[in-house]
Design a protein around this ligand. Structure first.
Ligand SMILES: [Cu+2]
Length: 133
């Protein structure tokens, strides 16, 4: 019994710090350069051959979802060709989480008169201060 007790003591001593170390590990990550605001979700409805809203401003890391509410297929295709939702049938959605700031002009590949723009702000833009870029 004394030996069993010693063994148990050994294992508690050996495993205890490990059990503590694992839950604490994620806390080591430094939050300094993370956005101050939590990421948001934005929806762009494609309805009546229009992107709604037509001009949307989001932040880096936000989720943007395009949903086709029309009976006919549409796309959300970058004018510069950098990004393309592919064909979205009725009720289908396409999600994009922008990783870089910039302005993204896009249109529908099938109906090029359907134009819209997405502006992606850097997280630091939240604090204001127009910079010439
Ligand atoms: Cu279209």
């Amino acid at each position: 019994m004394i030996i069993l007790g010693r063994l148990a003591g050994f294992w508690i001593a050996a495993l205890g710090p490990m059990a503590l170390a694992f839950p604490l590990a994620p806390c080591v990550r430094h939050p300094a350069d993370e956005p101050t605001e939590a990421p948001r979700r934005h929806e762009v409805e494609i309805r009546g051959f229009q992107f709604q809203p037509r001009n949307l401003e989001v932040a880096v890391g936000d989720t943007v979802v395009w949903i086709n509410r029309d009976a006919v297929p549409h796309t959300a295709t970058a004018v510069d060709g950098s990004r393309d939702s592919g064909e979205l049938g009725r009720g289908e959605a396409w999600t994009w989480v922008p990783a870089e700031p910039g302005t993204w002009d896009y249109l529908c590949d099938f109906h090029p008169t359907m134009k819209a723009s997405l502006r992606v702000k850097a997280p630091s833009d939240e604090t204001r201060g127009e910079r010439g870029d």
